[in-house]
Design a protein around this ligand. Structure first.
Ligand SMILES: Nc1ncnc2c1ncn2[C@@H]1O[C@H](COP(=O)(O)OP(=O)(O)OP(=O)(O)O)[C@@H](O)[C@H]1O
Ligand SMILES: Nc1nc2c(ncn2[C@@H]2O[C@H](COP(=O)(O)O)[C@@H](O)[C@H]2O)c(=O)[nH]1
Length: 398
């Protein structure tokens, strides 16, 4: 028989739990109690998670996926539904205070099968609707990197590049951490096994992959993420919960593709031939697999770039008018807030009980329109202040 839970079960009411010991909170989902913030070995660097299985009376330490929230002065926990728990971090910055611990989403169930362990996955909540990430695929040498560089140069505050990992050797002009994270195969294989990658594929004889962290780092910077990945990777992202726009870039002809690859001068003859052989299948899949929302032909570079901008909804004025997302104005939670759930709203009382009836002490999070989730951010949180003298939500904060 396992040890008795360290927290007080009496405190669990309708799935809502109060802090009961140190910074621990808990939520019941089915036969399991998820204890958040307990004394994990790693809990000095992030908020730990332990599971108490009531059928076996045993504690289980799950594999924890996703970027984890850092230890904090305290937090509240509220069960959103049977698949995810919302964590509200006290005293943190407005854009870092809402997190979701997924305990039984499709992604978590898939990862349980792959890893053969209990799995939970963190996903940070983001207010409003961020622009969808952009996945750009196409055969080697078609001009993906060139087009992406043009976008990043023209719209530096709007786009951020997802820096992939690869086992291939760096080219002369490539910097570690900028163009790629260059890594050993054994390290990358272990990280893949540990669930750190959104997608990965063997491409032209090397391993390439997008870490969850790479995509989240861009989201955290408030920019729209661009991924330059092959068709296999695009297929995996399409199957994940990351909602993105998928664009396939086609060469005008195989002859011109070969000319571009040779003119770039970065591959050996053998590598060029391998990339050209793979290109035929990639183009076939790009056009017919149904993965891609848009196909662009990169014949004339300037025209292709204009077409790319058009389908991303960018016109000439966007470069100057763009305001980085998200708007930093938002909720600032005091240490002594309390949380409750009514229908699809989470109510946070930021005042003392005596002040409860005054205006602006209550914040409502509307969780009806949540989108995305692990392995990525949970978007679509709407945050309002509530004037309790009026009938409802009166000021949208984001
Ligand atoms: N429309 C174009 N016309 C002529 N040359 C082009 C055009 N677009 C790109 N190029 C050139 O083709 C070469 C390959 O482009 P780029 O490196 O951007 O390809 P890529 O798709 O990113 O390749 P990889 O997948 O191997 O990284 C570069 O030298 C680039 O300057
Ligand atoms: N599935 C993934 N494919 C990736 C990733 N990063 C890059 N790539 C693709 O690899 C080829 C070759 O790239 P190169 O830099 O060696 O020329 C190209 O098609 C890229 O799109 C990734 O993270 N995942």
């Amino acid at each position: 028989m396992g040890e008795a839970p360290a927290f007080c079960f009496d405190n669990l009411q309708n799935g809502f739990s109060f802090k009961s010991k140190g910074f621990e909170t808990s939520a019941d989902v089915g036969d399991k109690t998820f204890v958040i913030g307990g004394a994990n070995s790693d809990s000095t660097s992030y908020i730990g998670v332990q599971i108490y299985d009531k059928t076996t009376c045993k504690w289980v330490i799950p594999t924890v996926l996703g970027t984890k929230p850092k230890p904090c002065k305290g937090h509240s926990t509220i069960l959103l539904n049977e698949d995810r728990i919302m964590i509200i971090i006290k005293g943190s910055t407005p854009d870092d205070c809402i997190w979701f611990l997924e305990v039984d989403t499709k992604y978590v169930r898939e990862q349980k099968k792959v890893l053969g362990t209990e799995v939970v996955a963190w996903s940070k909540g983001m207010r409003g609707d961020a622009e969808k990430p952009v996945v750009i695929s196409g055969p080697s040498g078609v001009g993906k990197g060139t087009l992406i560089n043009m976008l990043m140069k023209e719209f530096p505050s709007m786009f951020g590049f997802s820096v992939s990992h690869t086992t291939r050797a760096p080219r002369g002009n490539e910097n570690n951490g900028v163009h790629y994270h260059f890594t050993d195969r054994s390290v990358m294989e272990k990280d893949i096994k540990d669930g750190k990658f959104l997608e990965f594929a063997s491409v032209h004889g090397n391993l390439y992959g997008t870490s969850i962290e790479a995509v989240e780092a861009v989201a955290d910077s408030g920019k729209r993420c661009i991924l330059d990945i092959d068709v296999q990777g695009a297929r995996s992202v399409r199957a994940s919960s990351l909602e993105a726009i998928f664009i396939f870039i086609c060469p005008p002809s195989m002859r011109q593709l070969e000319e571009r690859l040779r003119a770039r001068g970065t591959e050996t003859e053998e590598q060029i031939l391998k990339r050209l052989r793979n290109a035929e299948a990639e183009i076939e899949q790009g056009k017919s697999s149904g993965i891609f929302d848009h196909i662009l032909y990169n014949d004339n570079l300037v025209e292709c770039y204009e077409n790319l901008k058009e389908l991303l909804g960018l016109d000439g004025s966007a470069a100057t008018n763009h305001k980085p997302y998200p708007d930093p104005k938002g909720i600032d939670l005091p240490l002594n807030h309390t949380v409750s759930k009514i229908d699809n709203k989470i109510l946070i009382n930021c005042g003392t009980p005596e002040l409860e009836t005054t205006s602006k002490n209550l914040i409502a999070l509307d969780v009806l329109g949540l989108k995305g989730g692990a392995p990525g951010r949970t978007r679509g949180l709407n945050v309002y202040s509530i004037d309790s003298f009026s009938d409802g939500l009166n000021e949208k904060l984001s």
